[in-house]
Design a protein around this ligand. Structure first.
Ligand SMILES: [Zn+2]
Length: 264
């Protein structure tokens, strides 16, 4: 579809009245939603309409796709799109949903020549050229129910999709200017190195040490922390927080569930 026709179509979708039963489902299962400002809630609901019109869903291992499943995934994914010009995860076509953790075949290098084959249980995955994403519904639900534990499989996998927008899986999303890219890379390099060092020495970290795997996973894990541990991330990693604030055009401290907990 031509750009301006696509924009017009999406504008219409965003303006459509939001179904009541979908809104009830979101309020029931997506914990951060009611903490957003009224303006952000409206913007999010608009994005959800476009997202659901654009993406296909397929149930796997006997799971039947319901509106509950679709809106719970869409609401979390679209949090990553607020306040920015977006093309709605353009590389993603279909979302495959398993009832719970699923087993995937995996080949792991043991040495340079020897590979180990086996099954690994997974909560979700996506790839730059896959056009699809796999999610485990029970992990989606528990991620949506707790907005401040720093674990969110939907934010994680959709952050991978943002990472691909600059045509590489390198932990750098599409940034507006060369200057933004340089600043981003410098901060991420330093922060990644310190997570790796902490993992090696066993020092407890706010960021999940899975982020020490590589630069891409470091970005995804940091996205989970940015939205779910905003207060702590800002205090402990101010430069990382500032880069993310600049890219996402959001300050999740404003709707963080952590803040209330600290007040108690
Ligand atoms: Zn990942």
């Amino acid at each position: 579809m031509l750009g301006f026709l696509k924009d017009r179509h999406r504008k219409r979708l965003r303006a459509r009245p939001f179904p009541n039963e979908w809104l009830r489902a979101i309020k029931r299962s997506v914990a951060f939603f009611t903490r957003l400002s009224a303006t952000d809630q409206t913007e999010l609901l608009g994005h959800i309409q476009v997202f659901l019109a654009d993406k296909g869903f397929e149930g796997c291992a006997g799971l039947e796709i319901t509106d509950d499943i679709r809106v719970t995934i869409a609401a979390q994914a679209c949090l990553l799109l607020l306040h920015r010009k977006t093309d709605y995860f353009p590389r993603l076509i279909t979302i495959l949903v398993y009832p719970s953790t699923y087993l995937a075949e995996e080949r792991r290098p043991v040495t340079a020549e020897i590979w180990e084959e086996g099954k690994q249980s997974r909560l979700g995955e996506t790839g730059r050229t896959m056009g699809s994403m796999v999610l485990a519904w029970d992990a989606v639900k528990s991620g949506a129910a707790d907005a401040s534990d720093g674990q969110n499989i939907v934010l994680h996998e959709f952050a991978h999709q943002l990472d691909y927008e600059n045509f590489a899986a390198d932990g750098t999303p599409a940034l507006a200017t060369r200057q933004d890219q340089l600043a981003w890379r410098e901060v991420m390099r330093t922060e990644f190195a310190s997570l790796r060092a902490a993992e090696e020495t066993g020092i407890p970290t706010l960021l999940d040490t899975y982020g020490a795997t590589n630069a891409a996973e470091f970005f995804e894990v940091s996205v989970e922390a940015f939205f779910e541990r905003a207060v702590m991330l800002r205090a402990q990693h101010p430069r990382l927080y500032a880069e993310f604030q600049n890219y996402f055009r959001q300050d999740p401290v404003e709707f963080s569930a952590e803040r209330t907990r600290q007040k108690l």
